[in-house]
Design a protein around this ligand. Structure first.
Ligand code: G4F
Length: 331
């Protein structure tokens, strides 16, 4: 048994990685994380600002495609829990870079599994699986759950299905503790602004402040089950505290269309969205996942997890964030 709980997070500087790092530090963990070399070093750790002093010496350059770097990260962190959050995670971009996405989001997971198996197969691993794996499979009651067939409709979804299956295979073959969190969309002020929620909120605030005139989106009819990343990182941790590993859907159970998202955000800012928003093919996907709504009963029943944010309170927080951001810049 390792005395102080130590966790390694791949992709620690992403939206979920940064919230998870804060959550685990509050739980008393020593937290380590992998980051990738980037030609623009400024802002690379921006999401980690609030905990930077606590983790700056625990940030390790590593890449899921570089097995020795993963072994080095495991050796340096000597973790009892590994959270695999690194990936090429943008669905639209996965159509532009399908091979890279298959490597980073698919083979990268296998590289990490092998590194763990070589270094210490008793380590517990969390795999960031995704509701994008369901594609257009929906159960008769309108929900997706652990038993819903996986029928991905994007290179990203296909790569995530590979990772999901290889994790189950390593669990069964080698008795390793590996849990798949099948997370539905999760958002926050830290969300990249090329994902639809933060694109809409940031743009609407800029339009309100006279900094921008138009917002161009893709498919307004798609529906998503949007939760808050802060709630979802708690679910990741809860999954790894269970005696046995398994596969768990994490979702709010409520879905909204992109159009409803637009209407809510523009309405909150007292603007008529029809004056500003249009749709263009360039933001459409060659194949679209139309509807997502998750049934997370298994997770809720087995761990007691329940989300604290609603769609509305999450968007309110994001709107406040961007209003404050631009008012600080003007000072
Ligand atoms: O915000 P999105 O880009 O998220 P998407 O594709 O659902 O993927 C996210 O959730 C997955 C979980 O299911 C994760 F695995 C994945 O890593 C990522 O976090 O798009 C949401 C919806 C789509 O239907 C998209 O077509 O919004 C639609 N949309 C409409 N206009 C747009 C836009 N999406 C983006 N990014 N940009 C637009 O202008």
């Amino acid at each position: 048994m390792k005395e102080v709980k130590r966790a390694l997070i791949t992709g620690i500087n992403g939206q979920s990685g940064s919230y998870l790092a804060e959550f685990l530090i509050n739980k008393g963990y020593e937290v380590f994380g992998t980051i990738k070399r980037n030609s623009v070093s400024e802002n690379q750790t921006a999401r980690l600002d609030s905990i930077y002093d606590k983790i700056k010496d625990n940030l390790i350059y590593a890449d899921l495609l570089d097995v020795p770097s993963l072994l080095h990260a495991l050796k340096k962190s000597n973790p009892s829990e590994v959270y695999n959050l690194a990936a090429q995670s943008h669905v639209r971009i996965s159509f532009d870079q399908p091979v890279y996405t298959a490597q980073a989001t698919g083979i990268g997971t296998l590289n990490l599994l092998e590194a763990i198996r070589i270094y210490d197969p008793s380590i517990k691993m969390y795999q960031a699986s995704s509701s994008e794996m369901f594609g257009n499979s929906i159960d008769a009651d309108g929900y997706q759950r652990e038993t819903t067939p996986l029928n991905p409709v994007s290179p990203y979804g296909c790569a995530k299905v590979f990772s999901y299956n290889i994790c189950r295979n390593y669990r069964n073959s080698y008795g390793m503790y590996i849990s798949n969190g099948i997370l539905f969309n999760h958002e926050s002020p830290r969300r990249g602004t090329n994902f639809v929620t933060n694109k809409v909120v940031k743009s609407a605030v800029r339009i309100k402040l006279g900094m921008e005139k138009k917002l161009v989106l893709g498919n307004l009819n798609a529906t998503r089950d949007w939760g808050h990343a802060k709630d979802y990182v708690e679910a990741m941790w809860m999954m790894l505290q269970k005696e046995e590993s398994g596969d768990y859907v994490c979702s709010t159970g409520v879905s909204h269309s992109v159009l409803e998202l637009v209407q809510y955000v523009f309405g909150k800012l007292e603007m008529d969205w029809t004056q500003y928003v249009s749709s263009d093919d360039k933001f459409m996907r060659p194949e679209e996942l139309e509807d997502l709504k998750g049934d997370s009963s298994k997770l809720r029943n087995e761990t007691g997890w329940t989300p604290k944010y609603t769609f509305e309170t999450m968007l309110d927080e994001m709107i406040s964030h961007w209003l404050e951001y631009y008012s600080d810049i003007k000072k």
